[in-house]
Design a protein around this ligand. Sequence first.
Ligand code: PRP
Length: 224
Amino acid sequence: NGRLDAPLTLALSKGRIFEETLPLLAEAGIEVTENPENSRKLIIPTSDPGLRLIIVRASDVPTYVQYGAADLGIAGKDVLIEHSAEHPGGLYQPIDLNIAKCRLCVAVPTGFDYQKAVHQGARLRVATKYVTAAREHFAAKGMHVDLIKLYGSMELAPLVGLADAIVDLVSSGGTLRANNLVAVEDIMHISSRLVVNQAALKTRGDRLQPLLDAFQRASAPRMA
Ligand code: PRP
């Protein structure tokens, strides 16, 4: 059976998640010499013939894993929340890798009195890629908002009158500052998780388990 002999496939996105995954793979004795930022290759071999990486859009990682095209994947909690709203179940999320950390925030233009608007019960227009997380957040606050789905560059929306506020990821805060926006509410802490295809766990568990163990070791908080 070719499928059973095939290398394990790990789906992840390039950029921060790829960079911060390398030390976790190193913990399992696996090295990756090709960098997807430099090569345009979407299938990246590793020093372990039994493991290859595929480079996909961050929001596509859960899809590759759910359909079994990848045995496992690495995706942010933000992406997983939006995915599971549309495709409940299906994905096993065994490990918080504690990488690619950031915050999901509500942000508004500097000078906009968000608390006052909330207090007055204003119906705000909020632009975001993270509609599920945003909907839950505002519903929990009892706020009525009109959500506008965007696919990127959310910071622009309040600057050109598309929205009053945005819900977006904030890491250094540099993007908000550069666009005269300020975070006014933290929705949740975000980090990246390992997700595993449920069938692969059953049929290829003997090969997956050592890798899961290594990820678990590498991502566990260390003693000082
Ligand atoms: C994220 C986020 C912000 C930026 C925040 O975008 O959407 O735009 O990073 O980071 P900062 O606080 O350090 O400036 P990302 O670069 O992940 O790309 P995306 O726009 O494709 O989501």
